[in-house]
Write a protein that binds this ligand. Structure first.
Ligand SMILES: [Zn+2]
Length: 362
């Protein structure tokens, strides 16, 4: 995996990440395909709207259908018929957020499946084995996702565990699979710094920042985004995990992050909340009943080219499957287009103009 910086504008940057399965132009948004499918979208539709990389989920695929099954069916790309890059997270975040019961030990974490209550163990070796049999292009180290709020002492212990696990994951890295380290440290600057230094010492193909957007106030999150980005080596991809609120994305890009993922556009689409050039709208509102205009007159997606707001409201209220499909096509197109535009503005040295415009809308 090779990162080429094409243009910088302040700290914001437009890069080209070259992988064996195709290019990733950054800043890049990765649609989330938790269970080996980006909900409501076929791979062809994802390509049509310009998705260059998607994210999938170790924890979920391990529990169902199981990584051995996916491996026996040819690996994750063949399994879901997606031939472009796939990033898999290590499962750490889900173990911490979904599992009702978990016990962290030195060498991993015991957890209870949220599906059937069965007990499982996930350590660095397991996380790497699973991601290796899935065959993703980018694997993530197993991390101990520090909750918010955490005391300094708790955050420090959790950070040292993450570093130890990162080292073990690195030793098990598979040829041909990139591996990203994950920066933790809660809201403590010296811990974040320590985290980056230790990870850079180990040496990864890219660096992700985790443990943000976990309930902390926005201004603290943004402060940490700016602080941490500047510590990560410029010649590696920087990935801000799980951040997708567009104002946070703008802060992330301004700070120098390259990669983003979030369920926000897809999940909101299914709930009828749609992103437009004039802000967020809820399609179920009465005012759209007889509205013949497209959802967003500035959008060129399939949904906006072919359907009225009145129709989108109708299929949403009727709980038609098509509603989820049309809304998801639009929201993902909107996000991917937002990122493409942002890249254009960076290329022209006008990122701040882009940021100011959109910060007023969202
Ligand atoms: Zn649209």
């Amino acid at each position: 995996m090779q990162l080429n910086i094409i243009k910088t504008d302040g700290k914001a940057r437009a890069c080209l990440i070259e992988t064996n399965r195709g290019p990733i132009n950054t800043p890049a948004f990765m649609p989330v395909g938790t269970l080996g499918t980006v909900k409501a979208m076929s791979p062809d539709e994802l390509k049509e709207i310009g998705a260059e990389i998607i994210l999938s989920n170790t924890y979920h695929l391990y529990l169902r259908p199981g990584h051995e099954i996916i491996s026996s069916l040819g690996g994750i790309h063949k399994f879901m018929n997606w031939d472009r890059p796939i990033l898999t997270d290590s499962g750490g975040f889900q173990v911490f957020s979904l599992s009702a019961l978990r016990k962290i030990e030195e060498n991993g974490v015991h957890f209870k499946s949220h599906l059937d209550g069965s007990m499982h163990f996930l350590g660095p070796k397991e996380a790497m084995d699973i991601q290796s049999s899935l065959g993703s292009d980018i694997a993530m180290v197993l991390d101990d996702c520090t909750p918010y709020p955490s005391s300094y002492e708790y955050a420090m212990n959790s950070l040292y565990r993450t570093i130890q696990w990162a080292e073990q994951c690195k030793a098990l890295q598979r040829e041909g699979q990139a591996l990203f380290g994950i920066v933790q440290g809660s809201l403590y600057e010296d811990l974040r710094r320590k985290s980056v230094e230790e990870l850079v010492d180990i040496g990864f193909d890219g660096y992700a920042v985790g443990g943000l957007s976990v309930g902390e106030p926005k201004e603290n999150m943004h402060r940490m985004i700016y602080f941490t980005a500047s510590l990560i080596p410029a010649d590696k991809p920087r990935y801000l995990m799980g951040i997708g609120d567009l104002r946070d994305v703008l802060a992330g890009v301004e700070a120098g992050f390259d990669m983003f993922d979030c369920v926000m556009p897809t999940r909101n689409a299914r709930n009828g909340t749609l992103f437009t050039s004039e802000g967020r709208i809820s399609i179920k509102r009465e005012e759209f009943k007889t509205d013949r205009r497209p959802l967003d007159p500035d959008c060129d997606c399939y949904t906006c080219r072919n359907f009225s707001r009145g129709y989108l409201r109708h299929v949403f209220l009727s709980k038609e499957i098509l509603s989820m499909r049309l809304n998801t096509i639009h929201n993902l197109y909107f996000y991917l287009n937002f990122f493409r535009d942002m890249r254009k503005f960076i290329m022209e040295g006008k990122f701040m103009e882009f940021k100011t415009k959109w910060a007023e809308i969202f």
